[in-house]
Design a protein. Structure first.
Length: 279
């Protein structure tokens, strides 16, 4: 009886010793297959947001230099319309993204013989193509069972172009007679290159940084421009995240020397708040 028990025990030990590595290898294969399946499909992110921007800097003309310093709280009161949207499509390490801002800011001035309605229509659209150069998957095993596969940290590099269009519109409203509208538009495209870093501190909380530099005086582009944003995200569900942070965009378009100098050197900055929906 004792001899039979020893034989059974030996068989059990051999079975466990061979079955466990096989099971672990099978599980590892399934994990790799799951990751490969995710890497070969397109994933999308849509993020409506609001940027409460203020403006500070200098407007240079051949006549004078004018200093501007308007806090974002004043712009909030003057905003007549606005739409801001971020979209990203990613497959494996490659992604394409669009970030668009359209806003109409204005105010009225009353006079004795006529009133003035001053409106500025601004559009900022940028398209970028990027590549994921580094990621760490420390969070995979921790979160897989409850929330599916998650990345803990990622570093992306990207290049792109940013389109600016500013159109001031002045409407003269006389006491007697018809209204007169005066407008002009200025537009340009700035090339840029940048870096994005993201880190999931937990499943719920994450932090991200994005920065780029551009312009470089190429063609009609700005002499120099740069942008930076720092964001804190809170995951509401598997596909929905709330985001808040601060964004700065600065551009210098001043050209010429002496009395021939012309252009703007402005910084737009303020808090941002939005949401991201992934699918």
């Amino acid at each position: 009886m004792k001899r039979r028990f020893n034989i059974v025990a030996c068989i059990a030990v051999v079975f466990v010793a061979t079955a466990l590595p096989a099971a672990a290898q099978s599980q590892g294969s399934e994990e790799r297959e799951l990751r490969m399946a995710r890497d070969t499909k397109w994933n999308f992110l849509v993020g409506p947001y609001g940027w409460l921007t203020g403006v500070a800097g200098t407007v240079v003309t051949d006549v004078e230099e004018t200093e501007i310093d308007v806090p974002f709280t004043d712009f909030l009161d003057a905003t007549r319309a606005g739409l801001m949207l971020y979209f990203e499509a990613r497959r494996d390490r490659i992604f394409v993204a669009f970030d668009g801002t359209w806003a109409v800011i204005g105010g009225e001035t009353e006079g004795r013989f006529f009133d003035l309605d001053i409106e500025v229509r601004q559009q900022i659209y940028d398209i970028r193509v990027g590549y994921e150069v580094y990621k760490t998957d420390i969070g995979d095993v921790i979160h897989r069972k409850k929330f599916d596969w998650q990345r803990r940290g990622v570093v992306d590099v990207f290049v792109g172009g940013r389109y600016f269009r500013t159109e001031p519109v002045i409407t003269i409203i006389p006491v007697i007679g018809e209204e007169t509208e005066i407008s002009s538009a200025d537009s340009r495209v700035d090339p840029f290159l940048g870096l994005r870093v993201g880190w999931d501190m937990s499943y719920r909380w994450g932090i991200g940084f994005r920065g780029d530099i551009g312009g470089f005086g190429i063609g009609e582009a700005a002499q120099f421009s740069w942008q930076a944003s720092l964001q804190l995200g809170f995951r509401v569900s598997k596909r929905v995240k709330l985001v808040g942070g601060y964004r700065i965009l600065e551009y210098d378009t001043v050209t010429g020397e002496g009395q021939d100098r012309n252009g703007t050197d402005l910084r737009q900055s303020g808090p941002i708040i939005g949401a991201g929906i992934s699918f």
